[in-house]
Design a protein around this ligand. Structure first.
Ligand code: BEZ
Length: 220
């Protein structure tokens, strides 16, 4: 009997799916191993908010690539529709969309990863999956049709994940402009008495600063 597959969640490996894109067939997630991936779905081609989103993603594509991050769009449209739409964007708005877009005409991918919601009918919601270089899903975000996304937040999230992974720290609200600790980062909460002791020693030496033993921060 085939194993029942639920919706993928944060911490799961991204499901293995072969997809048709505007750049040919891709195998998810293996074709993106070693890179960060932002997979984002939109309700449909030739729609106004989606057009502003594609323009905004493309404007920042260089920044994403500097962060070892690839972009991959998706909607329940045919590849010819994606190609016509991106041609329109280039001719009318002056931006060539350089990243691939999944043509999920049958809804196979959308159904597998949970992109069809009660509010979205037969179209996909605006979902964002952030997948790390080991193919692990690190974040899932959903937005309704009427609200375009903020690409700068995805850049902030990628930078935050990369800092967190490299330094073993957590990232505060609004980082790097946090109201309390500015661009400093959070030392993960201590889980043992020894860790609390260690934290207090580090505080005495000036290596970290604390509001209390469970809210410590440092400069990196
Ligand atoms: C849009 O991208 O403009 C849009 C798409 C679906 C529903 C509403 C708006």
């Amino acid at each position: 009997m085939e194993e029942e597959k639920g919706m993928p969640l944060i911490g799961d490996k991204f499901p293995e799916i072969k997809v048709q894109t505007t750049h040919g067939v891709k195998n998810l997630p293996d074709d993106y191993k070693g890179k960060w991936l932002i997979l984002f779905s939109h309700p449909g081609d030739f729609t106004p908010v989606c057009t502003t989103e594609f323009y905004a993603f493309q404007k920042r594509y260089g920044t994403f690539r500097e962060l070892n991050t690839e972009l991959l769009g998706l909607s329940i449209d045919q590849v010819q529709s994606h190609l016509k739409w991106t041609e329109w964007i280039e001719e009318n708005l002056g931006e060539k969309i350089e990243f691939p877009i999944i043509a999920d005409g049958t809804g196979k991918v959308a159904n597998r990863i949970g992109l069809i919601h009660a509010s979205s009918g037969t179209a996909t919601v605006r979902a964002v999956f952030i997948v790390d270089p080991k193919s692990i899903i690190r974040a899932i975000l959903y937005y309704p049709a009427e609200l375009g996304r903020n690409m700068d937040e995805f850049i902030r999230m990628i930078k935050g994940f990369q800092k967190s992974d490299a330094e073993g720290v957590a990232i505060p609200a609004n980082w790097p402009n946090n109201e309390l600790i500015k661009d400093r980062v959070i030392v993960p909460p201590a889980g043992t008495e020894n860790a609390i002791k260690d934290r207090k020693e580090k505080e005495k030496k000036g290596e970290i600063e604390c509001y209390d033993w469970w809210l410590c921060h440092k400069k990196i």
